[in-house]
Design a binder for this molecule. Structure first.
Ligand code: SF4
Ligand code: SF4
Ligand code: SF4
Length: 334
């Protein structure tokens, strides 16, 4: 059987180490799904795979050991999953019986967020789904993750776009009993952004990272989360064989709409224009390495008016380390 590997990979099936066998990848935007989808996943794994499922690092499922010639049958079976997880959130898929339509842009993952976690500053799955709707399907190699607070359980710092939920603590002095719990906690566990002045809590806005820990510690409700949701957008973190690195802060105290526009601009005006088309695919972070941060910033912020609250990184030193054995290592202790 001849296999069009390009097509197979584009439709989210994997070329595996076993000849004639593939693995189906199922994306779960925001990492949350109704359990009814498990019935189909189980059926595909039992009837076409080897009865096992791998839970992927991007919060999807990978079903190994499927015969290549069974792909059309499997695609028909997973139609309800595409309907439930993609169509239902507004993703436009023209043929629902051809399987997943692109593997380039990875599943938008999310920590559990404020549906469950007390630290979360917003509904992470909701935003992940909104972003999925804007950027999927797409062949460009971009990784996006959303996390509810600076604890960053989803590891937003190793994504091309890592979105971290922030809140601006609101202080009602008349409810404050000057117990000091907020001040002590911020000093011990966060950035020491709070102190007392005349029995009143003062917050140093330049030090505050918007985590919301102080709010959770307050016994009287004198501190509350802001009605507005804010975010820190960190960019161009990655793993990989050439130059792994941690993402750096690009925008702070930015709103949801702006983040969506920035990501869309990145696809439409930055990657589209500057990608190296001689390569089979180019990861967006390497494009930024070639063009430099200033051009990236200009293109992704085009037609966006930033609120005065928003901080934009003046420059970014992406760093990380190179796998260059001659410079990184020596043999023995010499
Ligand atoms: S990142 Fe924050 S909100 Fe998300 S699960 Fe971790 S602690 Fe909770
Ligand atoms: S939100 Fe976090 S950093 Fe800001 S004052 Fe509260 S505990 Fe400190
Ligand atoms: S924890 Fe609440 S009550 Fe205690 S000092 Fe802070 S704001 Fe006031």
């Amino acid at each position: 059987m001849s296999i069009n590997t390009k097509q197979v990979k584009k439709n989210a099936y994997r070329i595996t180490k076993t000849r004639g066998k593939t693995a189906l990848r199922i994306r779960v935007p925001g990492g949350h799904l109704e359990v009814k989808h498990f019935d189909i996943i189980k059926k595909v794994a039992d009837e076409y795979g080897n009865g096992t499922v791998h839970i992927t690092t991007r919060q999807g499922f990978e079903l190994p050991d499927i015969d290549f010639d069974k792909i059309p049958e499997v695609n028909k079976m997973i139609r309800p999953i595409l309907e439930g997880l993609e169509l239902a959130i507004g993703v436009d898929i023209s043929d629902l019986e051809s399987g997943y339509c692109a593997a380039g842009t990875r599943n938008v993952s999310a920590c559990i967020g404020n549906r469950v976690c007390q630290f979360a500053n917003f509904d992470t799955t909701d935003l992940a789904k909104r972003i999925e709707k804007e950027i999927y399907p797409n062949d460009y190699h971009v990784k996006i993750a959303v996390t509810g607070c600076p604890n960053d359980c989803i590891k937003a710092h190793i994504q091309d776009f890592g979105i971290i939920g922030l809140t601006e603590p609101q202080y009602a002095q008349e409810r404050c009993i000057s117990c000091g719990a907020c001040v002590k906690n911020c000093k011990k566990r966060v950035t020491n952004a709070l102190n007392f002045e005349n029995y009143s809590v003062k917050r140093d806005a330049d030090r505050c990272i918007g985590c919301g820990e102080c709010i959770l510690k307050c016994p009287t409700g004198a501190l509350t989360r802001s009605r507005e949701k804010y975010f820190r957008l960190v960019i161009m973190g990655r793993t990989g064989k050439k130059n792994p690195r941690i993402a750096r802060a690009f925008l702070e105290w930015v709103d949801e709409e702006t983040i969506i526009k920035v990501i869309k601009n990145c696809y439409e005006h930055y990657i589209e224009k500057y990608i190296d088309r001689t390569l089979p695919k180019e990861h967006v972070g390497y494009i930024v390495d070639r063009t430099g941060y200033d051009l990236f910033k200009k293109e992704v912020l085009r037609d966006i008016t930033l609120d005065t609250k928003v901080k934009v990184a003046r420059y970014i030193d992406f760093g990380g380390y190179m796998y260059d054995r001659n410079t990184m290592f020596t043999r023995g202790y010499n």
